[in-house]
Design a protein around this ligand. Sequence first.
Ligand SMILES: C=C(O[C@H]1C=CC=C(C(=O)O)[C@@H]1O)C(=O)O
Length: 383
Amino acid sequence: MQYKAKQIKLDNPLSFWKHFVNEERMLFYNPLKKECILGAKRLKILPRQNGYTDYPYIFSAMTFFGTVKDEKWAGFGNESIAFQYYLVEKDGRQTLHYHGDPIKIENQEMKKYRHAYHYQEDDYEDWSQLFTSLTAAIAAKEVNKVVISREVRIECDRVIHIESVLQNLLQKNQNSNSFIFAYFKDGKTFLGATPEILVQKEQDNILSYALAGTISRDSQNDEVQKAILLRDAKNRYEHQIVIDTIAAGIKKFTGAVQVGDTSVLTLRNVHHLQTPIYAKDQRGTLLEWAARLHPTPALGGNPVHRALALLRRYEKHERGLYAAPLGITDAKGDGVFVAGIRSALIQGNLAFAYTGCGLVAKSESRAEYLETNDKLRTIVESL
Ligand SMILES: C=C(O[C@H]1C=CC=C(C(=O)O)[C@@H]1O)C(=O)O
């Protein structure tokens, strides 16, 4: 597939997003590379085994469970897509990649809107029922960890302006190690700012992260909060399950796995425990690695199949793309997959926001609920 590339200069890369109104499109900001990739107009769906060398980038979206049932997620996920146009912004340079005729993209007016919103904050009863059912399964030793979630319906006073939400997500999370993503299809947008890297691949280097265990931020005592998190037994246990499961999952396919040091990852609203896990592999593609490792116990639970069966049974909402792998693969086969958390599905004036947390034997219902409120702020503050 032949693509051409040219340098362009837009005041704001979101002009590219706005230019392709109603077309399928995606945005992916990688904070580690400080690189923003946007794609527009579906050109082709690619089979799994494809090497992808013919395309500058491929965007892949899975769903949390293999399939979706709820109408709201219809048509979303379980695809790897090549777009006709890409805009890549890195180091102050913008490159437009295009297949076919060149296009001219103008600067677009980029207003910020404040959306007045309200959402049900009375779902504690539902939460507590879910919590009780799943902690009973933990007490019965069916599972040792399970990650439960809430779907929060947010109603706004006007149609939600996606570019405005994206500008907020990009600005508010700029220095915060969060990957910003957006995927528009058939009038709906799934977007968010996630810190959870599922897997990264650069040549034969495979890098995954355990990211689980949370404490809220405290502007007065942030260093104290970090120290508390690092030595908190419940959080360390919850985190260790993720490390062990990812390391064992990688070992099934490669030889040596190296687990790095655990540190604290600080985001805009919370701190998390984070541990890198490295391996070498020359055979598996990035997409294969993402499918092998999803869902880690940071998003599903352990043992995974029992945890998933419990979630299917007790969670009332459909997860769709929430906590599912989303990723970008470049022409060399390198790239990154993240898990779509701190996210929302938006259509018209409605946003369905998703927020979850890991339960272990020592979890407390109210504390975990409050933790999901902290995580929900990523979406709420972007409105
Ligand atoms: C499932 C979510 O967070 C995960 C990622 C980091 C920390 C987590 C925790 O401490 O529970 C969760 O495992 C979510 O934000 O919806």
